[in-house]
Design a protein. Structure first.
Length: 402
């Protein structure tokens, strides 16, 4: 039985003998960082590419490779029975054929047959092999039995060939795996998220900006996608990559972001304003580079307030929409942070405000982050702390619960 989103997934990662085995190291590390208990089963061929000590180090669990390892515990059966998910990455043509035929000639094969857990394959091989009729027939057979197949991707292969056959990137495999555990609470919904930091021009080469990397908004987009949502990400100067499958709309400045958010708001069921949008913009940006000779020893441009995107979306929201604002606060006083959040809730007609404490060493990038959620429907707050990829999903679940 698959675990709930709050439990610890038990994942078996089968690694077969392809050069992409080295990428599976990052997959295992990523799954462990997400909180999964991972057991790696490498085939003998896979161990020619990556050795047992590496697998034990990244998985933090002992690695068995033989049917006759630890016979007393009937390991070839117990691993399959205990697994919530089996991932095979890379899945070579040979391993795909063995799975389709139900062969149990090694520990990985017996584990798959002894399990009722879902199976996720990430094929990796040369294009000619992938396109061969026998491989395609085996893939069709496995899909008909409910096996999930991710990829392969197209790109440069070993030896310099280019075509379909690359193993999907480890982070995308981890995302696909996590999606199998998370309840599809946003299936059929559209989530609109803003992310990143806007840059307001002073002249053609200078701008007023902020330290936002876009990490929080990107992780919220990833978490919404995993929960089944169609995601639109309005992005300003991201320093991290948006998840594949997410619709990305570029918005460099506060005014452009306002336009893009307003344009996309009517189709959204949930709107999350996670971007760091400028509060002030230059009243009259120079069309030429401003030189020191022009302005002298001091430079005092005139700034005006930027458009209030949250207030506009709050004013135009439908009764069936959920609009969530973010408030970056530097105060160490929790009472002041709450007062600011509740004032923002009322003034901008928002359903919820998420406070994240920021500072020179706090809040920006992929760091431990503390979020506190305040809603218009409850006097009680809710808090979570952790890396942004972890807290994003918990925040979404808390929003939907409330």
């Amino acid at each position: 039985m698959a675990p709930t989103a709050s439990s610890t997934p038990r994942i078996v990662v089968g690694v077969t003998g392809g050069i992409a085995a080295y990428k599976a190291v990052s997959l295992v590390r990523g799954l462990v960082k997400r909180g999964a208990t991972v057991t790696v089963i490498p085939t003998e061929s896979a161990l020619r590419f990556v050795g047992r000590p590496t697998w034990e180090a990244v998985s933090r669990n002992p690695v068995a490779t033989e049917l006759f390892d630890d016979v007393a515990t009937v390991r070839h059966v117990s691993l399959g029975q205990q697994a919530d998910l089996i991932i095979i990455a890379p899945a070579t043509a040979h391993s795909i054929a063995s799975l389709a035929s139900g062969l149990a000639g090694d520990l990985l094969g017996t584990t798959v047959l002894a399990s009722q857990a879902p199976v996720l394959l990430a094929p990796a091989m040369h294009t000619e092999m992938w396109e061969h009729a026998s491989v395609q027939a085996n893939i069709d057979t496995l899909i008909s039995r409910g096996v999930h197949v991710l990829g392969p991707a197209s790109g440069e292969l070993t030896g310099g060939d280019i075509g379909a056959g690359r193993m999907v990137e480890p982070e995308d495999i981890a995302e696909a795996a996590w999606a199998l555990f998370v309840p599809q609470t946003l299936l059929g919904k559209t989530v609109l998220i803003s992310a990143g930091g806007t840059r307001e021009p002073l002249d053609p080469v200078r701008f007023l900006g902020n330290r936002s990397t876009g990490e929080m908004g990107v992780q919220l987009a990833r978490a919404a996608q995993v929960r089944g949502a169609e995601v639109v990400l309005v992005a300003a100067h991201l320093e991290v990559s948006a998840p594949s499958g997410v619709e990305v709309v570029t918005a460099a400045t506060a005014e452009v972001m306002r336009q893009k958010m307003v344009d996309n708001a009517p189709r959204a069921d949930v709107i999350i304003l996670a971007a760091a949008v400028a509060d002030w913009v230059a009243e009259a940006p120079s069309v030429q580079k401003i030189s020191k000779k022009q302005v002298g020893a001091t430079f005092s441009p005139t700034f005006v307030q930027a458009p209030d995107i949250a207030a506009q979306l709050g004013a135009m929201k439908r009764p069936d929409q959920l609009v969530v604002g973010f408030a970056a606060e530097t105060s160490d006083d929790s009472g002041k942070r709450e007062a600011a959040a509740r004032a923002k809730l009322d003034a901008k007609n928002l359903d919820a405000v998420v406070v994240n404490q920021v500072g020179e060493q706090v809040g920006f990038g992929n760091v431990v982050t503390t979020l506190t959620l305040f809603t218009s429907a409850s006097p009680q707050s809710w808090s979570v702390a952790g890396k942004k990829y972890s807290v994003a999903g918990q925040l979404l679940d808390a929003l939907l619960d409330r």
